[in-house]
Design a protein around this ligand. Structure first.
Ligand code: MEV
Length: 334
């Protein structure tokens, strides 16, 4: 027996942080980068995550721990698996205890970079367990589970990550005045992107809390957040009309807003300045910030685009721990 399930990474195009305050955000799945959970028979429940050098028995089920699995004494991956089992038990009348399986977890999505690695693992875990039980889960249920897990680890998640990763579709996300998520799928054509990874970011919960503290103290922060909402609305139109230069300028402006929120870093700012100097359509940090990734958008119709991609790769390479070049492939295709 061998069962696998997976989920993609994500790239927030625009609107991170502002979505926490009810503004819209635009986000893409990164299908090329995936978290994969594979289940095989084992004498007792076991977790293997070679990327994290984590090999451990999972003999303690949710029954022994109670529904409030302590997040302090267990590794987050163990908590995710136990919570997934608990969800299937309470919502689908399946066993309380994890079955005798080896849960092998691997991921192409680098952790703590703003690319949704934890959320993707939550989605892949519950899908794999459900598949083992031949239990059909709809996407909304997977999304709700991933959002509940993000609430444990990210403090005050808007829900944008859970939505894009569970649906695996480009989307516009906004919370309505009562806080309910409103998702609209986007038809996003060929986006020529280069993603630069500057290394681990600060924990999302800390960065979101930093913005919240500033928001509570300084009325100008609310203005910045409103401005970000306006930029996203303009970006939707630019996306629809495939106006890459217009969209790019909006990305640069969005980055300036993120600087004003104090979630950028000198390294991220340096990379964005390099992109601007090379005449690239646009660039900004992506995700919660204070480290992590940024990306550049190229105008694929520009006759110099190949030279621009090459030049930016060369400029970013010495600074970045990793480059993801989706300038030829499509970030939301297939
Ligand atoms: C994190 O991927 C995006 C943030 O806007 C937080 C959130 O929306 O949950 C920073």
């Amino acid at each position: 027996m061998r069962i696998s399930a997976s989920a993609p990474g994500k790239l927030i195009l625009m609107g991170e942080h502002a979505v926490v305050y009810g503004e819209p955000g635009l986000v893409l799945p990164l299908r090329q980068l995936r978290a994969v959970v594979t289940l095989t028979a084992a004498p007792q429940p076991r977790l293997e995550a070679p990327d994290l050098n984590l090999f451990t028995d999972l003999s303690t089920g949710i029954a022994a721990m109670g529904p409030d699995v302590s997040t302090q004494s267990l590794h987050p991956l163990e908590v995710t698996l136990l919570k997934a089992q608990h969800h299937l038990h309470t919502h689908h009348n399946l066993p309380q205890q994890l079955p005798n399986l080896c849960f092998h977890i691997r991921s192409d999505i680098p952790v703590k970079r703003g690319m949704g690695s934890g959320t993707a693992i939550s989605c892949a875990c519950i899908r794999a367990l459900a598949a083992y039980y031949h239990c059909r889960l709809n996407v909304a249920e997977v999304e709700a589970f991933a959002q509940a897990m993000d609430q444990i680890y990210h403090g005050r998640p808007s829900g944008i990550d859970a939505a894009v990763i569970a649906h695996e579709r480009a989307l516009r996300f906004q919370r309505d005045p009562k806080g309910a998520p409103v998702v609209r799928f986007l038809d996003v054509p060929h986006l020529a992107l280069l993603i630069g990874d500057t290394g681990p970011a600060a924990p999302t919960a800390d960065v979101v809390a930093h913005v919240a503290r500033r928001h509570a103290r300084d009325p100008r922060i609310a203005e910045v957040i409103q401005r970000m909402g306006a930029l996203v609305r303009s970006a939707e139109q630019a996306l629809r009309n495939q106006q890459w230069q217009v969209l790019g300028q909006l990305l640069f402006e969005n980055h300036q807003c993120l600087q004003a929120l104090e979630v950028s870093t000198p390294t991220l700012d340096h990379l964005i300045t390099q992109a601007e100097a090379l005449g690239v359509a646009g660039a900004k940090l992506s995700g919660a910030g204070q480290g992590g990734i940024c990306f550049a958008l190229f105008d694929a119709e520009n006759p110099n685009v190949d030279a621009q991609v090459k030049a930016l790769r060369q400029a970013w390479k010495p600074v970045c721990t990793q480059l993801y070049d989706f300038s030829a492939a499509l970030s939301d295709a297939d």
